[in-house]
Design a binder for this molecule. Structure first.
Ligand code: ZN
Ligand code: ZN
Ligand code: FE
Length: 759
């Protein structure tokens, strides 16, 4: 007999780890115990050498699919002579229970249960086990126990109870365990809420109807993705002109039919997080209105049995767009759904399990072989990001694609994607969620961190807390977020290519080269300022920036000539914008990188008015000929008396106009522009070389989600000996801002308190 002590750290709670250890011990004739506390899972294992080896092998080779083992320690122990293997009740009370698991997509075994005839859970939409099922979206209070979830109203039947109490069953301690006898039920209704019988959901969808489907973290509006009329009607009723719809495919084979896939992307689609993955389309005959102007499709697989059961033999691809109207929050309550989705949905597929926490589908894309999170929500939230400092703050995030961040020790808990806070309902949800998260985590933050922008709702709200308030510059937060995402604590250069952020000089920053760390930053270079005609209105009308750039760099005489020549654009509109700039009416200055992309996109006639954020840049990226090789347009790095260096695009505009007048294809011009931006970044990094303490370059900001740009830029930086850092746990866009804010805020709050003590 021998004994071992095994310590496992990582994501090992709420993912069925203890029952897994138990059954593995049972199968290998191991005695002893397993317990978990705030540190992780601890095992005392006794048995013959052969059995112990087999036990340890099985433990680390086939752990539960949602667990992530980050650290393992195996030590020799004294043999105690245990007669059995037991699961020791959790130690330490509240502390470890505070970790709430995200919702996990249906596991392969539950898939079998739902699809196989001989099974009491056949076709049961709420089937789950310790490896899968709802978590975050049903939890009202911690610790995570059935009575504290929205499953409280469904007492388990005797068979379910047996499963729940049997350590060898894969439903052992599965809090939402349910079956058709005792669990939630679905109901099909018409638009008035009256029950509908004698027709299946698939039949309704195949007949072109739009359904509102209550899912895991909210409602979806659903229709047959191959039915052109249905997709068009969906667009009209959702008041969504151009933004691509996400789709759900019946299975992986269907995804392969319509999209090109790498093994990494297959893995993501199939993962317990089951996000929407943005994939390149094969040429297909799907309705163009699914994703106008782009050749990619956001695809996910059915992540609950309920979603799986929507499909049929003939029905293989569904539009699955969030159940909301225009930019309002995702609807997750029945009463709101019946009221607000009334004009869109002809039928409702409802169920009687309450959704307590709203949670959107997450969106990811593989760029350069690395996963980039565009929207972090279902499947990822509320798992924390490990941070290098022990801090206690509430970071409010920004107002666009908002998330907030609460920290506890070295764990940073980012909220799910909350949407844009200029929408009142989103803002209300944000405040509600902020309160809940503090309760869940039992955190009373010591300081509050806000973006510098005085007009942000998050800023104003954050400043009302009776706590020390720390203001953080937007792009500094992006830099810190990228550093933390990569576990880097030393000073590094941040290349932040972004839409909008309030600068320390009151101007609108956006393409910034900041040398900094969590304590501070220095602005070493930026894109030369250009007027932003109409302020924020320019974001919705890329044409404004095109005119602004031409006006800035061509001089008065030439700009009129240039406008004459641009036959594909509306001259009258351009003249009005020009007058506005000349009179300097509401024209703040900006160094925004997003607006530079907008300007080129508009000039090429790709997108002059944007229906959704980033449309002009996204459509230009899609159009660009990625096979283009050559040189980019010219630009100048201008260093006046002192830093920062200013990047002038004067030459680029002249060469670009010349290309247009020579009839060069837009695809080529768009590609050449992407190359120019990459060359601009590399040249600036090189110009700053002597000032840099390391070769690390943190790439962040919304523009750094541009696949084409990243794929050109990263190899170029590496070739010049730089070490580019990309995001991967949190978004490069403003959804990742709160992480950076939190760490900077934590650092500054500590500095403040220690210096005041010293004084
Ligand atoms: Zn399962
Ligand atoms: Zn049951
Ligand atoms: Fe930003």
């Amino acid at each position: 007999m021998e004994a071992k002590r095994i310590e496992i750290k990582g994501v090992v709670q709420g993912v069925g780890f203890r029952p897994f250890v138990y059954s593995t011990a049972y199968n290998n004739n191991i005695k002893g115990w397993v317990l978990n506390n705030s540190q992780g899972v601890f095992i005392h294992a006794e048995g013959s050498k052969g059995n112990l080896d087999a036990f340890i092998f099985a433990l680390f080779n086939n752990p539960p699919r949602s667990s992530i083992i980050k650290e393992k320690v195996i030590l020799e122990e004294k043999v105690e002579g245990y007669q059995e293997f037991t699961i020791v009740e959790s130690q330490g009370g509240g502390e470890q229970e505070a970790l709430i698991s995200p919702d996990l997509a249906m596991c392969p075994k539950c898939y079998e249960d739902v699809t196989k005839g001989e099974n009491r859970r056949n076709k049961y939409p709420f089937t789950n086990c310790t490896n899968c099922g709802p978590r975050f979206t049903i939890i009202k209070e911690v610790p995570y126990d059935r009575p504290k979830t929205t499953m409280a109203g469904f007492p388990m039947c005797s068979i379910c109870k047996e499963e729940y109490h049997n350590p060898l069953d894969r439903r052992f301690h599965a809090q939402p365990n349910a079956c058709p006898e005792c669990g939630p039920q679905i109901k099909l209704c018409d638009a008035e809420g009256k029950p509908v019988f004698g027709v299946t959901v698939a039949e309704l969808l195949l007949n072109g109807h739009i359904l509102a489907v209550k899912g895991l973290g909210g409602y979806h509006l659903v229709c047959d993705a191959k039915n052109i009329q249905a997709v068009d009607r969906m667009r009209q009723s959702k008041k969504r002109e151009a933004k691509p719809f996400a789709v759900m495919a019946k299975d992986m084979e269907v995804v392969k039919k319509y999209c090109k896939l790498t093994s990494r992307e297959i893995e993501l689609l199939d993962s317990p997080q089951a996000p929407i993955v943005i994939l390149p389309c094969k040429s297909h005959n799907l309705p163009s209105s699914l994703a106008p102007g782009v050749e990619t499709l956001g695809v996910m697989l059915p992540y609950t049995p309920l979603h799986l059961l929507l499909f049929s033999e003939e029905l293989e691809l569904l539009v699955m767009t969030s159940g909301n109207i225009s930019s309002n929050p995702l609807i997750y309550q029945d009463a709101t759904a019946l009221l607000e989705l009334h004009d869109s949905a002809e039928y409702y597929l409802l169920h009687n399990r309450e959704i307590y926490n709203r949670c959107d589908d997450s969106v990811v894309r593989v760029i350069n072989g690395q996963t980039q999170i565009y929207r972090r929500a279902r499947g990822y939230v509320p798992l924390p990001v490990e941070i290098p400092e022990q801090i206690s703050v509430f970071a409010c995030g920004g107002d666009l694609k908002s998330t907030f961040c609460l920290t506890k020790g070295t764990k940073a808990f980012l909220s799910q994607h909350m949407g844009d806070l200029d929408n009142y309902k989103n803002f209300q949800e944000y405040i509600l969620t902020a309160e809940r998260m503090q309760d869940y985590l039992s955190i009373n933050p010591q300081a509050v961190v806000v973006d510098l922008h005085p007009e942000y709702n998050s800023h104003k709200w954050g400043c009302e807390w009776k706590k020390p308030i720390i203001q953080v510059q937007h792009h500094h937060a992006h830099l810190a977020s990228c550093l933390a995402d990569n576990g880097v604590t030393e000073k590094a250069l941040g290349v932040i290519c972004d839409g909008t952020g309030y600068g320390t000089d009151g101007k609108i920053w956006g393409m910034e080269f900041l040398l900094g760390d969590f304590s501070g930053f220095e602005r070493l270079a930026h894109l030369e300022y250009t007027p932003l005609p109409g302020g924020e209105a320019a974001v919705k009308e890329p044409l404004r920036m095109a005119v602004s750039y031409l006006y800035q760099y061509l001089g008065q005489a030439d700009v009129w000539q240039a406008i004459e020549n641009l036959q594909n654009l509306k001259k009258e509109e351009m003249v009005i914008i020009m007058q506005q700039i000349e009179a300097d009416i509401n024209c703040p200055l900006t160094s925004s990188c997003g607006r530079l992309f907008d300007a080129v996109s508009a000039l090429l006639g790709i997108c002059t008015k944007a229906n959704y954020e980033g449309q002009a840049a996204i459509e230009m990226e899609e159009l660009a000929d990625s096979s283009f090789r050559g040189k980019g347009y010219g630009f100048e790095l201008e260093q006046r008396e002192s830093l920062p260096i200013q990047i002038s695009t004067a030459r680029m505009w002249q060469e670009l106009l010349a290309d247009i007048s020579q009839g060069i294809r837009r695809e080529q011009i768009a590609a050449k522009f992407h190359l120019t931006v990459a060359e601009m970044i590399v040249a600036t990094c090189q110009a700053l070389e002597k000032l840099l303490p390391s070769r690390k370059v943190a790439l962040s900001g919304g523009v750094m989600q541009n696949k084409l740009l990243i794929e050109i830029l990263v190899p170029m930086l590496k070739e010049k000996g730089f070490e580019p850092l990309l995001h991967n746990q949190v978004p490069a866009n403003d959804g990742g801002l709160s992480l950076g804010q939190a760490i900077i805020g934590g650092r500054l709050a500590n500095v403040c308190s220690s210096s005041s003590k010293g004084a």
